[in-house]
Structures are given as C-alpha cells and as structure tokens.
Design a protein around this ligand. Structure first.
Ligand SMILES: *Cc1c(COP(=O)(O)O)cnc(C)c1O
Length: 492
C-alpha cells in the first residue's frame, strides 16, 4: 500500500503554521501574565464566593462538536472557572488541610507539561529526578539513606501503597499473589479513633475490610490509648486473628495530635507487625529541630505516607510513601508482563522501575515541581515556613484563650486550632448550631475559610494552618470576626 497523496491534509493538534505558533506563543505570554497577576493580587479578592446560577448552567453546556479555539476556551476559563474555587491559595484559607501552591510551581507545571514524560521506568532523566527527590525527602526527614520510596498523587494513595506492602510483607503468604482466602485468617490493622478516613478506604481496597480495622480510643490529648491498643492486639491474637499493622498518626487531621510513635514501634517489634505512619502533613514536623520531638521515632517506621501538596505547599497532587526495606517494597506489587520487561541496552533499561513499586503504570512527572521547588527555595526555607505556621497557630490559640467569648476545644501541639464561640445560657446543641452558623457566615461572606470538625460532641471551628500567605493580623481579624458574628447570631 502506498502512502496517500501528499496533498491530503493530515489532522494534527499542533498549530498549523508559523503564524499559528506565534499566536499560541502570544496567548501563552498573556496567560502567564494573567496568572501571576491573579496570584499577586489574591488578597484583594474574597477567599470564597458562591457560584452564580448562570455560571453553573454554562458549566453544563453540551460537548462542543466543532473547534472553539484555545482563546475562547481561555475566556470561558477566566469567566466561569477561575473566580470560583474553594480558595486554598488565599491567605484566609484554613479549611481541611490544603496547601497554597507557589508561583515557581506554576512554571514547573508548565515545563513538566511540555516534556509530558511518563515516569513509569526506562532510562530517562525524569526517573533520576524522582529518585533524587525521594532521596532529598529522606534527608529532610532525617531518615536513613537506605530504603526506597515512590511519589504518588497524595496522602490517600500514599497510605494505600504503604498498607498494600504491609499486608503482603506480614501475611506470610503474599496475598497479593495468592488472594486473601489462602491466608485463612482475619487480618487486623490498628489505629486510633482519630485516624483519617483514607485508611478505612485502604482497608476496603486491600481486602482486609473496615471490620478488620480496630479504631482504638484516644486520650484527652487525642493520642492513641496504648493500653487499649496492647490489649486489643492480644485479644485478637487469642481469637486466632492475624495482626498485620499498626498505623501511627503523625499529626491527626482533627487536632494535629501525634501518637507515641516510639511506644508503638516497640509494640510492633515485639509483635512482629508492620509500623505504618500516616504523616500526611505532620511528618513534615520532622524537618524542624524545634518540632521533631513531636514525631520522635519516625525513623523506626516500616512505611511513612505524607503529602507535598499540604505542608510543602506544592501544586496538587503530590504525595510520597517511604519504605524502610527496598526489598519488601519491591515485593509488595506483583507484576510481570513481557511488554514491560527490562532490556540490557537501549531505552528499556535502568534499575527498578517506579511501575514496579506501585499500582500505577503511567505516571505523570509530578516529581519535577518538587525538584524545582527544593532547588528554588532550599530546604531551610521549608523548615522556617513550617515553624512559622506552628508559631502562628500558637498565636491564634493564645488569642482564643484570651477571648472570654471563645473556647479552645483541643490542645494545639502543631498547626491545627479547634475552637468555638460560647454564649452564656446556651446548651450544647444550641452552641453547636450557633457555631455552625458562624462558620457558614465566615465562608459565605468571604471573610475566611476555616472548616469544621466535631470533638467530644462539640462542633468546632477548625483552622488547619498550612498557609504561607497568612499574617498574624489575619488571625487577629479572624478572631474579631468570629466574636462579632457570635454576638450578632446569638443576639447578645
Ligand atoms: C489529608 C490527609 C490524608 C489524605 O491525603 P490526600 O492527599 O488528601 O489524599 C490522610 N491523612 C491525613 C492525616 C490527612 O490530613
């Protein structure tokens, strides 16, 4: 068969001539200017605003069959998308646990999109970059240089990867290969009642099931009760169950409490079970000499899951799982496919491939923004920012303690502050409703964006502080506004 006549025009997604490339370039420059202006002026806008009905409607319009062009797509973006995010880059955003992203990260994401590398394996520089990022993260957390790790989309996948390897390493037979039935016992995993819900999802996915997950009660500091933990493991063993893993929290999502990792590591060693740490944001406390004590024992973990898009402020989505044993990590994921075999020469070479260390085959080059950010700012800057966030959280806690109308609802070991407005003569239920309404008004008036949790039945306004744009005055204002709204809404 001969090639079709050359005059037949081929379809392509590229600009089609020099003129069109030039237009693309000009639009790109304009977009970059717009985006940096948007970031530079973010404080002038509200942290959050509701999405108008006409915008919602436009975001339900049918599939465009014919080209509208990139300029029109960008216009639609600036009109309907850019103004209505949750607002995590904003200095007044303290909801859930979310990072800001950085200006340098915008550029890193642009160049990574240009390379569009797939970092599954093979002999390519992006693979070496991700290995270097993992080595640097070990250094930052002061972990031994040996072991292995993998970058993933966030804390949830980081936990899932850690727990998958834990299950396969401890179960005796490799249930990843044999299936769960051959194990013949109920496997069990232990964590505190304050543990993040991503762990429940992981239990579901690795087949242990949420019923195999023991939520151990916590002390008044919201740390796992070690006596109950020991007793529960003993009881389960007596019933013929197979304890696999204890998950220690380095910074719980509700209050920032960290479990006693050293004590848990002792139990794990004695019991021959895996120590996994969910340190989504709290593991980063280890990079500061002032805060490291809170997560003492971190280096004893078999696996540690943490995010770079929370307390490393990087663009979504990037998380990491580090493993003490490279062999166990490698053995944790079963894979042998001829089309993915390693060769002795050419592209399909290199050491262990990332596709062999996790469940993703195709992997975006998410390590590039970490690599560029660490070069741009240096590790010392991250240490100072994390310490700054903790100092500011302590400052907010102090403002709450000093305000007679406010009540602090949990200790503040790290960067989370849970508090509420208290009005005399209101019962618990009315206080809960009142504080819920204060929170709604804060958000809807675009004043500030904390979120909430419930601690011992009390509705808490919850400030999770992983924001490098917040000033001390921002917290003065938050407290002022909560008190104002509290007075207004309670009619005092
Ligand atoms: C955020 C968080 C997670 C989940 O991480 P994602 O990046 O949102 O998937 C897990 N554990 C804790 C303690 C968290 O704060």
């Amino acid at each position: 068969m001969t090639a079709p006549a050359t005059e037949k025009k081929l379809h392509t997604l590229d600009p089609e001539d020099q003129q069109q490339w030039q237009e693309m370039r000009q639009l790109g420059h304009r977009m970059l200017d717009d985006m940096f202006t948007w970031m530079e002026t973010i404080r002038e806008r509200k942290v959050w605003q509701p999405i108008p009905a006409e915008v919602r409607n436009r975001l339900k319009s049918p599939l465009p069959e014919e080209a509208e062009g990139i300029e029109k797509a960008y216009e639609d973006f600036t009109r309907d998308v850019l103004p209505y995010p949750l607002g995590n880059p904003h200095p007044h955003f303290w909801g859930w646990v979310k990072g800001n992203g950085t200006p340098g990260g915008v550029l890193a994401e642009m160049v990574r999109a240009t390379m569009n590398a797939n970092v599954f394996g093979g002999d390519q520089s992006p693979h070496l970059v991700e290995e270097q990022v993992i080595a640097w993260l070990r250094q930052m957390l002061q972990l031994p240089a040996t072991g292995s790790g993998i970058l993933g989309s966030g804390g949830s996948t980081a936990n899932l990867m850690g727990l998958t390897v834990a299950r396969n390493a401890v179960a005796g037979l490799n249930p990843g290969r044999t299936g769960l039935l051959k194990i013949g016992k109920q496997m069990t995993v232990y964590c505190s009642a304050q543990t993040h819900s991503s762990i429940d999802k992981s239990m579901d996915m690795i087949g242990i099931g949420v019923e195999g997950l023991r939520h151990i009660p916590v002390t008044d500091k919201f740390e796992i009760d070690l006596d109950v933990l020991r007793k529960t493991i003993a009881d389960d063993r007596a019933k013929g169950m197979l304890p696999i893993c204890i998950i220690a929290n380095a910074g719980t999502v509700n209050t920032g409490a960290s479990d006693d990792i050293n004590a848990i590591a002792d139990i794990c060693e004695r019991e021959g079970i895996w120590l996994h740490i969910d340190g989504a944001f709290g593991a980063l406390a280890a990079i500061s000499p002032k805060l490291r004590g809170q997560v003492a024992g971190l280096e004893r973990a078999d696996s540690i899951a943490f995010d770079l898009h929370k307390w490393m402020y990087m663009q979504y989505g990037i998380g990491c799982t580090l493993f003490k044993s490279a062999e166990k990590h490698r053995a944790g994921f079963n894979q042998d496919a001829t089309y993915l075999s390693h060769n002795t020469r050419g592209m399909a070479t290199g050491g262990v491939w990332f596709s062999e260390l996790g469940f993703e085959l195709s992997r975006g080059f998410r390590g590039l923004k970490a690599w560029m950010s660490l070069k741009e700012h240096g590790a010392a800057k991250y240490r100072r920012l994390i310490e700054q966030n903790v100092e500011q959280a302590q400052y907010l806690a102090e403002l709450v303690r000093k305000a007679p109308e406010l009540e602090l609802l949990a200790p503040v070991p790290l960067n989370l502050v849970c508090f509420r407005y208290v009005a005399k003569g209101l019962d618990e239920q009315k206080l809960n409703t009142l504080n819920q309404n204060i929170l709604f008004d804060l958000q809807e008036q675009g004043i500030a964006a904390p979120t909430s949790t419930v601690l011992n039945g009390k509705f808490a306004i919850r400030v999770a502080h992983t924001n490098y744009r917040t000033t001390y005055e921002d917290f003065d204002r938050l407290v002022r506004e909560v008190v104002r709204l509290g007075k207004e809404l309670s009619g005092k």
